[in-house]
Design a protein around this ligand. Structure first.
Ligand code: GLY
Length: 391
Protein backbone atom coordinates (compact mmCIF):
# COMPACT_ATOMS: atom_id res chain seq x y z
CA UNK A 1 0.00 0.00 0.00
CA UNK A 2 1.28 3.45 -0.85
CA UNK A 3 1.52 5.96 1.94
CA UNK A 4 2.58 8.76 -0.38
CA UNK A 5 1.46 12.02 1.21
CA UNK A 6 -0.59 14.32 -1.00
CA UNK A 7 -1.30 17.97 -0.53
CA UNK A 8 -5.00 17.86 0.48
CA UNK A 9 -5.56 21.24 -1.27
CA UNK A 10 -4.52 19.74 -4.63
CA UNK A 11 -7.57 18.33 -6.42
CA UNK A 12 -7.23 14.89 -8.06
CA UNK A 13 -6.16 15.11 -11.69
CA UNK A 14 -9.08 13.00 -12.91
CA UNK A 15 -12.62 12.39 -11.75
CA UNK A 16 -12.37 8.70 -12.60
CA UNK A 17 -9.39 6.46 -13.28
CA UNK A 18 -10.13 3.09 -14.87
CA UNK A 19 -7.69 0.19 -14.69
CA UNK A 20 -8.27 -1.96 -17.76
CA UNK A 21 -9.10 -1.06 -21.37
CA UNK A 22 -11.05 -4.19 -22.22
CA UNK A 23 -14.64 -4.02 -23.36
CA UNK A 24 -15.87 -3.31 -19.80
CA UNK A 25 -13.32 -0.59 -19.02
CA UNK A 26 -13.72 1.14 -22.39
CA UNK A 27 -17.53 1.01 -22.44
CA UNK A 28 -17.63 2.44 -18.92
CA UNK A 29 -15.06 5.13 -19.75
CA UNK A 30 -17.13 6.24 -22.72
CA UNK A 31 -20.38 6.34 -20.73
CA UNK A 32 -18.79 8.18 -17.78
CA UNK A 33 -17.03 10.71 -20.04
CA UNK A 34 -20.32 11.27 -21.87
CA UNK A 35 -21.78 12.31 -18.52
CA UNK A 36 -19.19 15.11 -18.31
CA UNK A 37 -16.59 13.58 -15.97
CA UNK A 38 -12.89 13.53 -16.77
CA UNK A 39 -11.67 9.96 -17.29
CA UNK A 40 -8.31 8.30 -17.73
CA UNK A 41 -7.86 4.61 -18.60
CA UNK A 42 -4.68 2.66 -17.88
CA UNK A 43 -3.79 -0.50 -19.83
CA UNK A 44 -0.52 -1.64 -21.44
CA UNK A 45 -2.44 -3.37 -24.26
CA UNK A 46 -5.79 -1.64 -24.88
CA UNK A 47 -8.49 -3.96 -26.26
CA UNK A 48 -5.93 -6.76 -26.14
CA UNK A 49 -7.28 -9.13 -23.46
CA UNK A 50 -10.22 -11.53 -23.50
CA UNK A 51 -12.24 -9.28 -25.83
CA UNK A 52 -9.67 -9.79 -28.64
CA UNK A 53 -10.37 -13.51 -28.57
CA UNK A 54 -14.11 -13.48 -27.76
CA UNK A 55 -16.63 -14.53 -30.41
CA UNK A 56 -19.15 -11.89 -29.31
CA UNK A 57 -22.28 -13.96 -28.77
CA UNK A 58 -25.17 -11.98 -27.26
CA UNK A 59 -27.03 -15.07 -26.11
CA UNK A 60 -28.31 -14.88 -22.53
CA UNK A 61 -31.28 -17.13 -23.33
CA UNK A 62 -29.30 -19.83 -25.10
CA UNK A 63 -26.54 -19.88 -22.47
CA UNK A 64 -28.93 -20.05 -19.52
CA UNK A 65 -27.74 -22.33 -16.72
CA UNK A 66 -29.57 -23.60 -13.63
CA UNK A 67 -29.19 -21.30 -10.64
CA UNK A 68 -28.31 -18.32 -12.84
CA UNK A 69 -31.73 -16.62 -13.10
CA UNK A 70 -30.45 -13.20 -11.86
CA UNK A 71 -27.68 -13.41 -14.46
CA UNK A 72 -30.29 -14.20 -17.13
CA UNK A 73 -32.18 -11.00 -16.20
CA UNK A 74 -28.96 -8.96 -16.35
CA UNK A 75 -28.00 -10.58 -19.66
CA UNK A 76 -31.41 -9.92 -21.22
CA UNK A 77 -31.29 -6.30 -20.00
CA UNK A 78 -27.90 -5.86 -21.65
CA UNK A 79 -28.81 -7.70 -24.87
CA UNK A 80 -31.93 -5.54 -25.19
CA UNK A 81 -29.81 -2.41 -24.76
CA UNK A 82 -27.38 -3.44 -27.50
CA UNK A 83 -29.24 -1.96 -30.47
CA UNK A 84 -29.35 1.55 -29.02
CA UNK A 85 -25.87 1.21 -27.50
CA UNK A 86 -24.23 0.33 -30.83
CA UNK A 87 -26.31 2.90 -32.74
CA UNK A 88 -25.00 5.61 -30.40
CA UNK A 89 -21.49 4.18 -30.47
CA UNK A 90 -21.32 3.84 -34.24
CA UNK A 91 -22.50 7.45 -34.52
CA UNK A 92 -19.92 8.62 -31.97
CA UNK A 93 -17.06 6.64 -33.49
CA UNK A 94 -17.94 6.54 -37.19
CA UNK A 95 -17.18 2.77 -37.09
CA UNK A 96 -19.52 -0.16 -37.40
CA UNK A 97 -19.45 -2.97 -34.86
CA UNK A 98 -20.79 -6.01 -36.68
CA UNK A 99 -23.88 -6.07 -34.44
CA UNK A 100 -26.67 -8.36 -35.58
CA UNK A 101 -29.78 -9.67 -33.95
CA UNK A 102 -30.79 -12.63 -36.05
CA UNK A 103 -31.33 -15.18 -33.30
CA UNK A 104 -29.31 -18.08 -32.03
CA UNK A 105 -29.91 -21.63 -33.17
CA UNK A 106 -28.95 -24.33 -30.70
CA UNK A 107 -28.82 -27.85 -32.12
CA UNK A 108 -28.47 -31.37 -30.75
CA UNK A 109 -26.27 -34.04 -32.29
CA UNK A 110 -27.66 -37.18 -30.64
CA UNK A 111 -30.69 -38.19 -28.57
CA UNK A 112 -28.97 -37.43 -25.24
CA UNK A 113 -28.10 -33.96 -26.54
CA UNK A 114 -31.72 -33.54 -27.63
CA UNK A 115 -32.96 -34.58 -24.17
CA UNK A 116 -30.71 -31.91 -22.67
CA UNK A 117 -32.15 -29.26 -25.02
CA UNK A 118 -35.72 -30.35 -24.15
CA UNK A 119 -34.90 -29.88 -20.50
CA UNK A 120 -33.34 -26.48 -21.21
CA UNK A 121 -36.43 -25.41 -23.17
CA UNK A 122 -38.70 -26.29 -20.24
CA UNK A 123 -36.47 -24.27 -17.93
CA UNK A 124 -36.40 -21.31 -20.36
CA UNK A 125 -40.18 -21.42 -20.70
CA UNK A 126 -40.64 -21.60 -16.93
CA UNK A 127 -38.77 -18.27 -16.77
CA UNK A 128 -40.92 -16.75 -19.49
CA UNK A 129 -38.24 -16.40 -22.18
CA UNK A 130 -39.31 -17.25 -25.73
CA UNK A 131 -37.63 -20.13 -27.56
CA UNK A 132 -38.90 -22.16 -30.47
CA UNK A 133 -38.43 -25.94 -30.57
CA UNK A 134 -37.40 -27.17 -34.04
CA UNK A 135 -37.11 -30.60 -35.64
CA UNK A 136 -33.88 -31.59 -37.36
CA UNK A 137 -35.45 -30.79 -40.72
CA UNK A 138 -36.53 -27.33 -39.52
CA UNK A 139 -33.00 -26.68 -38.26
CA UNK A 140 -31.60 -27.60 -41.67
CA UNK A 141 -34.17 -25.39 -43.38
CA UNK A 142 -32.72 -22.50 -41.38
CA UNK A 143 -29.11 -23.63 -41.79
CA UNK A 144 -28.75 -25.88 -44.86
CA UNK A 145 -25.11 -26.74 -44.11
CA UNK A 146 -26.05 -28.59 -40.90
CA UNK A 147 -25.34 -32.33 -40.90
CA UNK A 148 -28.27 -34.68 -41.70
CA UNK A 149 -27.66 -36.28 -38.28
CA UNK A 150 -28.70 -33.14 -36.35
CA UNK A 151 -31.70 -34.28 -34.30
CA UNK A 152 -33.43 -31.03 -33.48
CA UNK A 153 -32.87 -27.69 -31.84
CA UNK A 154 -34.07 -24.49 -30.26
CA UNK A 155 -34.22 -21.05 -31.78
CA UNK A 156 -33.82 -18.07 -29.46
CA UNK A 157 -35.02 -15.35 -31.86
CA UNK A 158 -33.98 -12.37 -29.75
CA UNK A 159 -30.35 -13.40 -29.25
CA UNK A 160 -27.60 -12.10 -31.53
CA UNK A 161 -23.91 -11.32 -31.90
CA UNK A 162 -21.40 -8.51 -32.28
CA UNK A 163 -17.77 -8.43 -33.44
CA UNK A 164 -15.79 -7.68 -30.26
CA UNK A 165 -12.74 -6.45 -32.20
CA UNK A 166 -14.82 -3.91 -34.10
CA UNK A 167 -16.73 -3.07 -30.92
CA UNK A 168 -13.59 -2.24 -28.93
CA UNK A 169 -12.13 -0.43 -31.96
CA UNK A 170 -15.23 1.78 -32.02
CA UNK A 171 -15.07 2.25 -28.24
CA UNK A 172 -11.45 3.41 -28.45
CA UNK A 173 -12.41 6.07 -31.01
CA UNK A 174 -15.55 7.11 -29.08
CA UNK A 175 -13.50 7.39 -25.88
CA UNK A 176 -10.93 9.55 -27.63
CA UNK A 177 -13.69 11.76 -29.09
CA UNK A 178 -15.22 12.08 -25.61
CA UNK A 179 -11.90 13.29 -24.16
CA UNK A 180 -10.88 10.07 -22.36
CA UNK A 181 -7.11 9.87 -21.84
CA UNK A 182 -5.55 6.47 -22.51
CA UNK A 183 -2.29 5.65 -20.72
CA UNK A 184 -0.57 2.60 -22.24
CA UNK A 185 1.19 1.45 -19.07
CA UNK A 186 0.55 -1.25 -16.50
CA UNK A 187 -1.05 -0.16 -13.23
CA UNK A 188 1.38 -1.60 -10.67
CA UNK A 189 -0.13 -0.50 -7.34
CA UNK A 190 -3.20 1.13 -5.93
CA UNK A 191 -2.49 4.29 -3.96
CA UNK A 192 -4.41 4.35 -0.69
CA UNK A 193 -4.34 7.40 1.57
CA UNK A 194 -6.32 7.79 4.77
CA UNK A 195 -8.11 4.50 4.00
CA UNK A 196 -9.30 5.79 0.63
CA UNK A 197 -8.20 4.79 -2.88
CA UNK A 198 -6.83 7.92 -4.54
CA UNK A 199 -4.97 6.70 -7.60
CA UNK A 200 -2.48 4.24 -9.05
CA UNK A 201 1.26 3.96 -9.42
CA UNK A 202 2.26 2.85 -12.91
CA UNK A 203 5.03 0.41 -13.81
CA UNK A 204 7.33 3.35 -14.68
CA UNK A 205 6.83 4.83 -11.20
CA UNK A 206 4.54 7.67 -12.32
CA UNK A 207 1.47 8.28 -10.17
CA UNK A 208 -2.02 9.17 -11.38
CA UNK A 209 -4.61 10.58 -8.96
CA UNK A 210 -8.35 10.43 -9.28
CA UNK A 211 -11.46 11.02 -7.23
CA UNK A 212 -12.59 7.45 -7.93
CA UNK A 213 -10.72 4.39 -9.15
CA UNK A 214 -12.50 1.63 -11.08
CA UNK A 215 -10.84 -1.77 -11.31
CA UNK A 216 -11.89 -3.41 -14.59
CA UNK A 217 -8.84 -5.56 -15.21
CA UNK A 218 -10.61 -8.83 -16.02
CA UNK A 219 -8.60 -11.94 -15.13
CA UNK A 220 -5.81 -9.67 -13.82
CA UNK A 221 -8.01 -7.96 -11.22
CA UNK A 222 -6.13 -9.44 -8.24
CA UNK A 223 -2.69 -8.47 -9.60
CA UNK A 224 -2.67 -4.88 -8.40
CA UNK A 225 -0.36 -4.32 -5.44
CA UNK A 226 -1.69 -2.39 -2.46
CA UNK A 227 -5.17 -3.87 -2.57
CA UNK A 228 -6.31 -4.37 1.01
CA UNK A 229 -7.22 -7.99 1.75
CA UNK A 230 -10.83 -8.94 1.06
CA UNK A 231 -11.65 -5.88 -1.05
CA UNK A 232 -11.51 -7.66 -4.40
CA UNK A 233 -13.01 -11.16 -4.56
CA UNK A 234 -10.80 -13.73 -6.18
CA UNK A 235 -11.06 -13.54 -9.96
CA UNK A 236 -9.61 -16.59 -11.69
CA UNK A 237 -8.55 -16.92 -15.34
CA UNK A 238 -10.56 -19.46 -17.36
CA UNK A 239 -8.88 -20.20 -20.65
CA UNK A 240 -10.80 -20.34 -23.91
CA UNK A 241 -9.26 -21.40 -27.21
CA UNK A 242 -10.94 -20.07 -30.35
CA UNK A 243 -10.45 -20.77 -34.06
CA UNK A 244 -11.21 -18.26 -36.80
CA UNK A 245 -12.09 -19.59 -40.26
CA UNK A 246 -13.07 -17.80 -43.44
CA UNK A 247 -15.91 -18.70 -45.81
CA UNK A 248 -15.77 -17.51 -49.44
CA UNK A 249 -19.44 -18.38 -50.02
CA UNK A 250 -22.49 -18.25 -47.72
CA UNK A 251 -21.98 -20.90 -45.04
CA UNK A 252 -23.88 -20.05 -41.86
CA UNK A 253 -26.72 -17.54 -41.52
CA UNK A 254 -26.69 -16.94 -37.79
CA UNK A 255 -24.79 -17.80 -34.61
CA UNK A 256 -25.22 -21.51 -33.95
CA UNK A 257 -24.46 -23.52 -30.82
CA UNK A 258 -24.25 -27.25 -30.79
CA UNK A 259 -24.20 -30.02 -28.27
CA UNK A 260 -22.13 -32.88 -29.60
CA UNK A 261 -22.21 -35.92 -27.29
CA UNK A 262 -22.50 -33.55 -24.34
CA UNK A 263 -19.70 -31.23 -25.49
CA UNK A 264 -20.60 -27.60 -26.33
CA UNK A 265 -19.46 -25.73 -29.41
CA UNK A 266 -20.52 -22.54 -31.12
CA UNK A 267 -19.93 -20.93 -34.49
CA UNK A 268 -20.46 -17.21 -35.03
CA UNK A 269 -20.55 -15.88 -38.61
CA UNK A 270 -19.65 -12.33 -39.60
CA UNK A 271 -20.81 -10.39 -42.65
CA UNK A 272 -17.25 -10.48 -44.11
CA UNK A 273 -17.14 -14.30 -44.15
CA UNK A 274 -15.28 -14.84 -40.89
CA UNK A 275 -16.58 -17.77 -38.83
CA UNK A 276 -15.48 -17.83 -35.19
CA UNK A 277 -15.49 -21.30 -33.63
CA UNK A 278 -15.34 -21.50 -29.86
CA UNK A 279 -14.53 -22.27 -27.25
CA UNK A 280 -12.73 -24.51 -24.84
CA UNK A 281 -13.16 -23.87 -21.12
CA UNK A 282 -10.03 -24.73 -19.15
CA UNK A 283 -8.98 -23.88 -15.60
CA UNK A 284 -5.23 -23.61 -16.28
CA UNK A 285 -4.19 -20.41 -14.54
CA UNK A 286 -2.56 -17.72 -16.69
CA UNK A 287 -1.79 -20.08 -19.56
CA UNK A 288 -2.68 -18.94 -23.08
CA UNK A 289 -0.95 -21.71 -24.99
CA UNK A 290 -2.89 -22.89 -28.01
CA UNK A 291 -2.85 -26.68 -27.86
CA UNK A 292 -3.28 -29.35 -30.50
CA UNK A 293 -5.93 -30.95 -28.27
CA UNK A 294 -7.96 -27.74 -27.94
CA UNK A 295 -7.85 -27.12 -31.66
CA UNK A 296 -8.77 -30.73 -32.42
CA UNK A 297 -11.74 -30.68 -30.03
CA UNK A 298 -13.17 -27.54 -31.65
CA UNK A 299 -12.70 -28.69 -35.23
CA UNK A 300 -13.91 -32.23 -34.47
CA UNK A 301 -17.19 -31.00 -32.96
CA UNK A 302 -17.63 -28.27 -35.59
CA UNK A 303 -17.27 -30.90 -38.33
CA UNK A 304 -19.84 -33.18 -36.70
CA UNK A 305 -22.41 -30.38 -36.91
CA UNK A 306 -21.32 -28.76 -40.15
CA UNK A 307 -19.25 -31.19 -42.26
CA UNK A 308 -18.41 -28.42 -44.75
CA UNK A 309 -16.34 -26.70 -42.10
CA UNK A 310 -13.28 -28.60 -43.29
CA UNK A 311 -13.49 -26.76 -46.64
CA UNK A 312 -13.20 -23.34 -45.01
CA UNK A 313 -9.98 -21.38 -45.01
CA UNK A 314 -8.09 -21.38 -41.71
CA UNK A 315 -7.44 -17.82 -40.51
CA UNK A 316 -6.34 -17.75 -36.89
CA UNK A 317 -6.26 -19.55 -33.58
CA UNK A 318 -5.97 -17.80 -30.24
CA UNK A 319 -6.56 -18.27 -26.54
CA UNK A 320 -7.95 -15.78 -24.03
CA UNK A 321 -8.63 -15.67 -20.31
CA UNK A 322 -12.18 -15.17 -19.06
CA UNK A 323 -12.39 -13.55 -15.63
CA UNK A 324 -14.33 -15.91 -13.34
CA UNK A 325 -15.56 -14.60 -9.98
CA UNK A 326 -16.26 -17.06 -7.11
CA UNK A 327 -19.91 -17.41 -8.26
CA UNK A 328 -19.16 -16.82 -11.98
CA UNK A 329 -21.31 -13.67 -11.97
CA UNK A 330 -19.99 -10.13 -12.44
CA UNK A 331 -18.92 -7.97 -9.54
CA UNK A 332 -20.31 -4.46 -10.02
CA UNK A 333 -20.11 -1.51 -7.67
CA UNK A 334 -18.40 0.19 -4.78
CA UNK A 335 -15.93 -1.95 -2.88
CA UNK A 336 -15.45 -1.87 0.89
CA UNK A 337 -12.52 0.49 0.32
CA UNK A 338 -13.80 4.06 -0.17
CA UNK A 339 -12.90 5.40 -3.59
CA UNK A 340 -12.44 1.96 -5.18
CA UNK A 341 -15.12 0.53 -7.49
CA UNK A 342 -15.17 -2.86 -9.20
CA UNK A 343 -16.45 -3.99 -12.61
CA UNK A 344 -14.93 -7.42 -13.06
CA UNK A 345 -15.65 -11.16 -12.98
CA UNK A 346 -17.79 -11.16 -16.14
CA UNK A 347 -16.62 -14.72 -16.95
CA UNK A 348 -18.32 -15.90 -20.21
CA UNK A 349 -20.35 -12.72 -20.59
CA UNK A 350 -18.06 -9.68 -20.83
CA UNK A 351 -19.14 -8.65 -24.32
CA UNK A 352 -22.83 -9.35 -23.66
CA UNK A 353 -22.81 -7.42 -20.38
CA UNK A 354 -20.81 -4.40 -21.57
CA UNK A 355 -23.77 -2.02 -22.17
CA UNK A 356 -25.57 -2.78 -18.91
CA UNK A 357 -22.30 -2.72 -16.96
CA UNK A 358 -21.24 0.60 -18.49
CA UNK A 359 -24.59 2.23 -17.72
CA UNK A 360 -24.73 0.79 -14.20
CA UNK A 361 -21.16 1.82 -13.39
CA UNK A 362 -21.77 5.31 -14.82
CA UNK A 363 -24.78 5.65 -12.52
CA UNK A 364 -22.78 4.46 -9.52
CA UNK A 365 -19.75 6.63 -10.31
CA UNK A 366 -21.63 9.77 -11.32
CA UNK A 367 -24.86 9.70 -9.28
CA UNK A 368 -23.82 7.40 -6.44
CA UNK A 369 -26.91 5.21 -6.86
CA UNK A 370 -27.11 1.50 -7.68
CA UNK A 371 -29.56 0.64 -10.48
CA UNK A 372 -31.97 -2.15 -9.60
CA UNK A 373 -30.69 -4.46 -12.35
CA UNK A 374 -27.17 -4.37 -10.86
CA UNK A 375 -28.18 -4.73 -7.20
CA UNK A 376 -27.75 -8.55 -7.07
CA UNK A 377 -24.17 -8.17 -8.31
CA UNK A 378 -22.61 -5.71 -5.86
CA UNK A 379 -19.29 -6.76 -4.27
CA UNK A 380 -20.74 -6.98 -0.75
CA UNK A 381 -22.29 -10.37 -1.59
CA UNK A 382 -18.85 -11.82 -0.90
CA UNK A 383 -17.83 -12.04 2.74
CA UNK A 384 -15.91 -11.07 4.76
CA UNK A 385 -14.93 -7.52 4.01
CA UNK A 386 -11.91 -7.00 6.23
CA UNK A 387 -10.06 -3.97 4.95
CA UNK A 388 -6.45 -4.57 5.87
CA UNK A 389 -3.38 -3.51 3.99
CA UNK A 390 -1.48 -6.25 2.17
CA UNK A 391 2.18 -6.48 3.06
N1 GLY B 1 -19.51 -16.59 -24.10
C1 GLY B 1 -18.82 -17.63 -24.71
C2 GLY B 1 -17.60 -18.08 -24.07
O1 GLY B 1 -17.16 -17.56 -23.06
O2 GLY B 1 -17.00 -19.01 -24.57
Amino acid sequence: MSATARDPRRPPAWDVLIIGAGVIGLATAWRVASRGLSVTVVDPDPAGGACRVAAGMLTPVSELAYGEEPLLRLGIASRDRYASFVAELEEAAGHETGYRRDGLLQVAFDSDDLAFLDDLRRFQESLGVPVEALTGRECRRLEPMLAPSVRGGLLAPEDGSVDPRRLTGALLVACQNAGVRLVERRADALIVERDTATGVRLDDGAELRAGKVLLAAGAWSNDLKGLPDGVVPEVRPVKGQVVRLRARAPFLGRATRGLVRGSSIYLVPRADGEIVVGATQEEMGFDTTVTAGGLWQLLRDARELLPGVTELEFAEVSAGLRPGSPDNAPVLGASALPGLFLATGHFRNGVLLAPVTADAMAEMLVDGTVPEVAAPFTPDRFEPFEVEARA
